[in-house]
Design a protein around this ligand. Structure first.
Ligand code: 5GP
Ligand code: ZN
Length: 113
């Protein structure tokens, strides 16, 4: 298993897990670009958004719900935050395991590429 995020799910890379349930896990980005920078992933290895099946779509709602709850916990819910999913190399995806970035705690305005 050479996927970094699968290794985090398996507990093989020491990482503080800030949220987990049956289907998903969240942890802080190792190179944060904002005061709050959290990565939310499905436990299942789905390489990217482009590999998501229709049956797997509820997982995305689940991940958004986790992001919204974590945003409240981080105290950034009222001020606002951004959810980002990079898809494929052209979309800026580096780790080939579907993940959502939760970014906040500073004004995020001009980084749509
Ligand atoms: P991508 O560019 O694929 O959308 O984002 C991948 C993110 O994962 C990057 O922001 C990167 O800093 C983060 N990342 C990569 N490897 C690790 C790791 O081993 N631990 C943690 N916590 N974050 C990682
Ligand atoms: Zn994986």
């Amino acid at each position: 298993m050479d996927c970094i995020f699968c290794q985090i799910v398996a507990g093989k890379i020491p990482t503080e897990i800030i949220y987990h349930d049956e289907d998903a896990v969240a942890f802080r980005d190792i190179h944060p670009v904002a005061p709050t920078h959290i990565i939310i992933i499905p436990k299942e290895h789905i390489p990217s958004l482009a590999h998501l099946s229709e049956e797997q779509l509820p997982l995305m709602g689940h991940m958004i719900n986790i992001a919204n709850q974590l945003a409240k916990k981080e105290g950034i819910s009222e001020r606002g935050y951004r959810l980002v999913i990079n898809c494929g190399k052209g979309g800026g995806q580096v780790v080939p395991h579907l993940h959502m970035h939760l970014l906040g705690g500073r004004k995020i305005s001009d980084e749509l590429g």
